[in-house]
Design a protein around this ligand. Structure first.
Ligand SMILES: Nc1ncnc2c1ncn2[C@@H]1O[C@H](COP(=O)(O)OP(=O)(O)O)[C@@H](O)[C@H]1O
Ligand SMILES: [Mg+2]
Length: 331
């Protein structure tokens, strides 16, 4: 459904995103995880064709959506895809909702635009979708304004809008960050159910490794604009090769509050203007040798044997990719 290959993004002469590759199929959930500023949202924006709006551009690589190359797609075509075959759910529902318009009309208009239905047909579909998202009394909700709803309910409305035109791919960029913990869990469960019911492909962007563990089939770990490790969730959680991934996993039991630094990793997340030479993680890495500050590590494929793991089928192997000069499990 989606294949991103060696993607790079620049704003003027700064390059906050380089070497991001991943692929996902229908029915799969791919998590993109990393600390704030690691390039998660830029990856989403690149797929959505929204970089030019912000003054950014794709410098290299490819974004292939269902056989179609998107990096060269004219804006006119992109407008059909966005909200059509690709739905976006953002962290703040109010970036997607118009405060001055009733909920129903906002969803109706997405349906009218992308599916070419008339107003009556569109409203029937709107009520249907709201109902399928377990929103009580959908016809009444249609006449409400966004400010009359709770945060969790607003985020459900945004999900309804993203689903309105029957998309194949959903991108959810930290969809639960602004919500309290119980509502977060409900929204994540809802997304998971939708992927199954509608056979969607979902990219779930989060800074929460435990959400990835519970929800995703595949995961991409981002650091300083690179996908430093990725693979099947089983492989990444049971046999993480990159010291940064290992640190992220170690943080799970304690949990990371919003904006909190990773405990147990010394140093700070580098900003784009001072990405370290070589491997960007080397100043914080206990494994670092001279080569790590000189040369950017290439991507290495790892085959994991899962013998002895009760969560995997006996003797199965799972693949992952890591960019590290000294990959391997912790001593
Ligand atoms: N509009 C922009 N102009 C210039 N630089 C930007 C812009 N958006 C993002 N960046 C740079 O790209 C980095 C990664 O951003 P982003 O993808 O939003 O991170 P994340 O979503 O992982 O927190 C930011 O730290 C910032 O330096
Ligand atoms: Mg972001």
């Amino acid at each position: 459904m989606l294949a991103v290959q060696d993607l790079g993004v620049a704003f003027g002469d700064i390059e906050p995103l380089s070497s991001v590759s991943f692929a996902l199929e229908r029915g799969e959930i791919l998590g993109i995880v990393g600390e704030s500023g690691s390039g998660k949202s830029l990856t989403a924006m690149s797929v959505m064709g929204l970089l030019p709006l912000q003054g950014g551009r794709i410098t290299r690589g490819s974004v292939n959506f269902d056989g179609q190359e998107l990096t060269r797609l004219p804006e006119k075509e992109y407008r059909k895809l966005r909200g059509g075959r690709i739905g976006l759910i953002t962290q703040n529902p109010m970036t997607s909702l118009d405060p001055l318009q009733k909920i129903g009309i906002q969803i109706d208009s997405v349906i009218e635009l992308h599916l070419g239905l008339n107003r009556t047909q569109a409203r029937a579909r709107t009520v249907d979708i709201l109902g399928s998202l377990r929103i009580p009394e959908p016809s009444l909700i249609c006449d409400r304004y966004p400010h009359q709803m709770s945060g969790g309910m607003k985020q459900r409305i945004v999900i309804a809008m993203a689903l309105a035109a029957d998309p194949d791919l959903l991108i959810a960029d930290e969809p639960t960050t602004a919500l309290d913990v119980t509502v977060q869990a409900q929204i994540i469960k809802l997304l998971k159910d939708l992927v199954k019911e509608r056979d969607l492909a979902l990219i779930l962007i989060t800074h929460d490794m435990s959400v990835v563990a519970q929800t995703c089939d595949k995961v991409v770990v981002m650091y300083a604009g690179r996908a430093i490790e990725q693979g099947d969730v089983q492989a990444i959680f049971h046999r993480p090769q990159h010291p940064y991934t290992q640190a992220l996993i170690q943080c799970i039991p304690h949990g990371l509050a919003k904006g909190q630094k990773l405990t147990g990793i010394k140093g700070v997340v580098p900003t784009v203007k001072n990405y370290p030479q070589g491997c960007a993680f080397h100043p914080r890495c206990e494994r670092a040798q001279a080569i790590c500050s000189q040369q950017q590590p290439a991507f290495i494929s790892v085959e994991n044997s899962f013998e002895g793991l009760r969560t995997a089928t006996a003797g199965s192997t799972m693949k992952s990719t890591v960019a590290c000069h000294f990959p391997g499990e912790q001593a």
